[in-house]
Design a protein around this ligand. Structure first.
Ligand SMILES: [Fe+2]
Ligand SMILES: [Fe+2]
Length: 414
């Protein structure tokens, strides 16, 4: 098994040949500009620029970025497949071939009637991201990462979950002891930006009554029914609080996962050299944002609920976010009041220099420190995605961290 991508001899040759061509184009461009004068041929120069960029090679850094993303997309696909088995519409396209879990689907539909379709489609998207990136790496002579040795985590025992998990290699992720960070909620509703307002704090959307604590107080919570015990008292028509709490946890977890991808792609895109690789990142990344946008709209429909898990004693608290106060002009002194459910468009925030520029509606964070590859892996680890039943992380974590460090170290060249 290869753990990392490698630039082939062929690619390095392309790299060498490119430099001459680039200087030719550069010189050619200057000559053309001199001949026609400033302001002429407004359409030509961008075309020349594009040609020039297209000849920037795929660098080792580009391969490191693609390799990391191909690994992380497998993680995403794995967790979404688990959600889809239980809560997605059932067809042969993704893994929904076990009939689903009618009670869980009903619970999820408290958030939106289309939840099973959206869960299915998010799953489909992640599978396609991982598969595309693997093929693309191969097409460039680099090796995709195999995470198969880390398919060691248990599956749900609830109706609808794939019980052939051992035969199928087990799970990469564990959705049954999560601690979901819901601070993305207030981050996107506030004027402060973690990349530029270093002292900014972002309240959780869930937790204690003032919104100041995390989703789980006193332990970790499951986002899927662990067994049919979790769906007891619930059916296709009625949802008991126990299953409501699980479905709402899932609803916020969907948004948490996808806001991570929403920051990761633009963060890594800033390090890409080759135009085609940049196009890949700029094309996949916004699909993560489409997911995030959808999920935060749905999570806001959670109904007020406090529930303590009878299995592990963890308590989750959900608020009526429809009744919450809206955007802030002064988030630091107004923490906890940026919770309004339907503020799903990114509120304008500080960017680059708060003194020089007005607030602007953007994705945030996009710094390596807050939104890069290592930050993404750390957030998944803290989420509890790789915890085994004994509370230890599986061997996937050091592998992902190494790939993440290599991706974060990439620098745009030329
Ligand atoms: Fe993805
Ligand atoms: Fe995603």
């Amino acid at each position: 098994m290869r753990m990392e991508g490698k630039v082939t001899k062929q690619n390095e040759n392309v790299l060498g040949a490119r430099k001459n061509r680039r200087s030719f184009f550069k010189n050619g461009m200057i000559a053309a500009g001199a001949a026609v004068g400033a302001g002429m041929l407004p359409g030509s120069l961008p075309a020349f620029d594009r040609e020039d960029d297209d000849r920037a090679p795929i660098t080792k850094g580009d391969i490191a970025i693609l390799t990391f993303l191909q690994a992380l997309e497998q993680v995403e696909a794995d967790l979404w497949i688990q959600y889809s088995e239980l809560g997605g519409i059932q067809d042969n396209e993704v893994s929904g071939v076990n009939g689903g879990n009618a009670a869980y689907m009903t619970a999820l539909q408290i958030l939106d009637g289309d939840m099973p379709q959206y869960i299915h489609d998010n799953t489909d998207d992640e599978i396609s991201h991982a598969a595309f990136l693997a093929k693309y790496l191969e097409s460039k002579g680099a090796s995709p990462v195999s995470l198969e040795p880390f398919r060691v985590l248990p599956t749900s025992k609830a109706t609808g979950a794939n019980q052939n998990f051992k035969k199928d290699g087990g799970r990469l992720t564990n959705l049954m002891q999560l601690q979901v960070d819901t601070s993305f909620w207030t981050r996107y509703r506030s004027i402060t930006n973690p990349d530029f307002d270093l002292k900014a704090t972002f309240a959780q959307a869930t937790g204690n009554a003032d919104g100041s604590n995390s989703l789980v107080s006193g332990g970790r919570f499951t986002a899927i029914p662990r067994s049919d015990d979790d769906t007891a008292g619930s059916d296709a028509n009625n949802t008991a609080d126990r299953l409501k709490a699980i479905a709402f946890t899932a609803g916020f977890h969907f948004a948490f996962i996808e806001q991570g991808g929403t920051s990761l792609y633009p963060t890594l895109a800033q390090k890409v050299t080759n135009a085609e690789v940049l196009r890949i990142l700029l094309s996949i990344g916004p699909s993560e944002t489409m997911h995030f946008q959808t999920w935060q709209d749905k999570a806001g429909n959670a109904t007020p609920l406090t529930f303590t898990d009878p299995v592990n004693g963890s308590t989750v608290v959900f608020f009526d976010l429809h009744g919450a106060q809206g955007e802030s002009q002064d988030e630091i002194t107004n923490a906890g009041k940026v919770l309004q459910a339907n503020l799903i468009m990114p509120e304008p925030t500080h960017f680059l220099d708060a003194n020089a520029f007005p607030p602007v509606a953007i994705i945030r964070p996009t710094s390596t420190k807050n939104g890069g590859a290592v930050a993404s892996v750390v957030s998944f680890v803290e989420d509890g995605l790789f915890l085994d039943a004994k509370g230890n992380n599986t061997g996937i974590v050091p592998v992902l961290m190494r790939l993440a460090e290599e991706a974060d170290e990439a620098r745009r060249r030329f």
